[in-house]
Design a protein around this ligand. Structure first.
Ligand code: ADP
Ligand code: MG
Length: 698
């Protein structure tokens, strides 16, 4: 089986000459030599001068020019970190924040976390000495809560602006505002692509500083016919390149961890079969949840005679630059959240794969032309390269949108609305958005926050809302955490929350021990549902004093458990901040399940007469996931944590509840009548309680 590719036009480079250095020589460059070889280097002085002159500057330079790693160092040398001030730099992805911080601390000769550090959700790797701080855009948003004028910073770099993530888009409005009353704060908006004009316009015509690209030409290939299975096609293409093409590493774009793991296994198996018939192929995955020591591996130089193939998510599109890539394989898809989807791509099959706790569908979506060209560009950094697109030239032309729709237009805004309200920004309709979110999404977010008790009927933040905003989790989750005070089970709810946050990577299920692994998993089951199973796992692990061996014996991923513990520690700290005592009610699963219901009452499903589950508010047919402990029990009333789409819509992580609890926790949201279930059991009359009655005590 071989894939037939057709060569199309070449994507021109800005360099046609051959590389200055052969690849093997390139790898011997010292840090200083590498720094001097970067496209941004000749512009160092000009850049510093432009910064002196202007308060806001837009920087445009293609990926790999050195924007992220070099600019903060230049600014440090220019004195911007004097007087206890920091340089901040936001990244849309946490892997990028960690990896870039590691690289820069190495370049500067510091230990990571001291002078150079990073801050991502649930992990703060900075210290009092930190002068350069990389952070996710979401973390900077949260910093506004404690330091609304960003007083600790002399420069803020909003990096990867072209990605247009929700958090970055909100930051645009906030930093623009701050710049007005903090004339000493410098703002840099840095972007890899051609949106610079749009950014400039938004920031009151700020000047654009362009770093000329230095890319070699890349030959573009398309498949002759559409590929039905892009995963298989990608694997075949890797081997095809490996066997027929000269040296140079391969970068393959996948949509997520599962795909990367699957194709990794497929590649391992096929190369093993080919044995010594082919040269060594080093297969390296990179995705958000990969432990950082494994992440670092992708940057290690390829040994002579071997070839590296990197299986990456979108992270390698612009956030990370891996030297030595000469071949790119682009299946043409990415994973996106979509909400009230108006993606305008009805012509292509869009398969939702799950719904997260924010009710957003995660869908595998065709990428945009802009993305496809970014991906291709990754092949031309060290010499002329080749990009193999696993779709036809026709599909590129007719089926791909020009640009990716900004996340703000396809996401649930609950979290961000709550945060903005906490910052005192009440009029969200008139907030300075670069591209405003759809009106109905904004309204829906307000309604949800109202139902949860975070806003009052004038749309103002309540005390509960203020406390909810302290937690870097979705509103339903933070409501659940706060409800645990009333039900006196904060200790358990914290563990459950932490476990839910590492949810999909707790169990280890090796192919040759499937039965053992499943038995081990089922041994953890607890009556009442999956949240209680998660709690049981956490508590047992706690009792073994966090033993690695115990995890191993029980087919549990130790790494995920450690992460859950970190998350838990952080949440516990935040609980202290909102002055909630960490109480415990061992064995009282009703209290626990009521606290969960208080947060997740939106996610209720009822067993219908036909024997199916239906969601109560939208009458959507859903099924209990086969992995759930309640798969066979089929209780009348359930609350689910999230929905997963495969062949059907499955509820993942479910607990059994009683319908009367819904009236107890959300009398404003449910009517008695809606909750009758034909069991003959009389529902209590409407309690007569209002939303305020219920949430007053939070
Ligand atoms: P940009 O932000 O303009 O895309 P970067 O500053 O991220 O560019 O990258 C510039 C160069 O720094 C890359 O080409 C690569 O050589 C080097 N680099 C970046 N991160 C790492 C890392 N973690 N390990 C090794 N080299 C790195
Ligand atoms: Mg960068």
């Amino acid at each position: 089986e071989e894939i037939e590719f057709i060569q199309a036009l070449q994507m021109p480079g800005t360099r046609k000459d051959e590389p200055d250095l052969s690849e093997s020589e390139m790898k011997k460059l010292t840090i200083e030599e590498t720094q001097k070889s970067l496209p941004i280097y000749p512009f160092k002085e000009d850049l510093i001068a432009a910064m002196e002159e202007h308060q806001v500057l837009i920087i445009e330079g293609e990926t790999g020019s050195g924007k992220t790693t070099q600019i903060p160092q230049y600014l440090t040398q220019a004195g911007y970190t004097r007087g206890e001030k920091k340089i901040g730099c936001t990244q849309p992805r946490r892997v990028a924040a960690m990896s870039v911080a590691a690289r820069v601390s190495e370049e500067m000769g510091y230990k990571l976390g001291n002078e150079v550090g990073y801050s991502i959700r649930f992990e703060d790797c900075t210290s009092e000495r930190t002068i350069i701080k990389y952070m996710t855009d979401g973390m900077l948003l949260r910093e506004f809560l404690s330091e609304p004028d960003l007083g600790g910073y002399s420069v803020m770099i909003i990096d990867e602006a072209h990605e247009r993530t929700l958090h970055t888009d909100v930051l645009f409005g906030l930093v623009k505002d701050i710049a007005r009353f903090r004339p000493d704060l410098k703002l840099l908006i840095s972007s890899a692509t051609l949106d610079a004009e749009k950014f400039s316009e938004f920031f009151d015509d700020a000047p654009i500083f362009r770093i000329p690209g230095r890319r070699y030409p890349v030959d573009i290939y398309y498949t002759k016919a559409p590929e039905a299975d892009y995963l298989d096609a990608a694997v075949v293409s890797v081997l095809q390149i490996h066997v027929t093409q000269p040296t140079g590493d391969i970068l393959v774009f996948m949509t997520g961890q599962e795909e990367i793991e699957t194709s990794n296994e497929m590649l391992q198996e096929r190369t093993r079969k080919l044995g010594s018939k082919i040269k060594e192929l080093i297969i390296l995955p990179i995705y958000a949840n990969l432990p950082s020591d494994m992440q670092a591996k992708i940057f290690e130089p390829t040994p002579p005679g071997a070839r590296k193939v990197i299986l990456a998510t979108n992270i390698a599109e612009t956030s990370l630059t891996i030297d030595g890539i000469k071949y790119v394989i682009d299946p043409g898809f990415c994973k996106q959240n979509s909400y009230n989807a108006r993606t305008g791509m009805e012509s292509l099959v869009v398969t939702p794969i799950s719904k997260n706790s924010r009710n957003e569908s995660l869908v595998v979506t065709p990428i945009s032309k802009a993305s496809a060209n970014q991906r291709a560009g990754r092949a031309g950094r060290v010499s002329a390269g080749k990009c193999f697109r696993l779709y036809t030239a026709w599909a590129y032309k007719n089926e791909l949108e020009d640009n990716t729709i900004p996340e703000i237009q396809r996401t649930n805004l609950g979290n961000v609305v709550l945060l903005l309200k906490s910052l005192g920004i009440n009029d969200l309709i008139h907030f300075d958005f670069m591209d405003p979110p759809p009106h109905e999404t904004l309204v829906l977010a307000l309604e949800q926050l109202y139902a949860l008790g975070a806003l009052n009927n004038r749309g103002e933040l309540t005390k509960l809302g203020r406390r909810m905003a302290e937690f870097p989790v979705d509103p339903m989750m933070s409501k659940m955490i706060l409800a645990s005070e009333q039900y006196q089970c904060a200790k358990e709810i914290l563990s459950i929350t932490a476990m839910l946050s590492v949810n999909n990577s707790i169990f280890y299920r090796p192919k040759d021990k499937v039965v053992h692994a499943d038995t081990a998993r089922q041994n953890f089951f607890r009556p009442g549902g999956d949240h209680l199973t998660l709690l049981n796992i956490y508590e047992q692990w706690e009792e073994t004093d966090y033993s690695t061996q115990w995890c191993f014996e029980n087919f549990i991923q130790h790494r995920s458990m450690k992460r859950a513990r970190d998350v838990r520690d952080q949440l516990e700290g935040l609980l202290e901040r909102v002055e909630i005592e960490v109480t415990s009610k061992p064995g009282d699963t009703i209290a626990l399940r009521k606290a969960i219901t208080a947060g997740f009452f939106y996610h209720t499903a009822r067993l219908s007469k036909g024997g199916n589950y239906r969601t109560v508010k939208h009458q959507q047919t859903v099924m209990v996931h086969p992995n759930s402990s309640l798969f066979e029990d089929r209780p009348r009333w359930l609350i689910y944590h999230e929905l997963v789409f495969t062949t059907k819509e499955f509820m993942r992580q479910v607990i059994e509840i009683e319908n009367s609890w819904l009236l107890e926790v959300a009398p404003h949201y449910y009517k008695s009548k809606e909750l009758e279930d034909g069991s003959g059991k009389k529902m209590p009359k409407n309690t007569g309680k209002t939303r305020e009655d219920v949430t007053r005590n939070y």
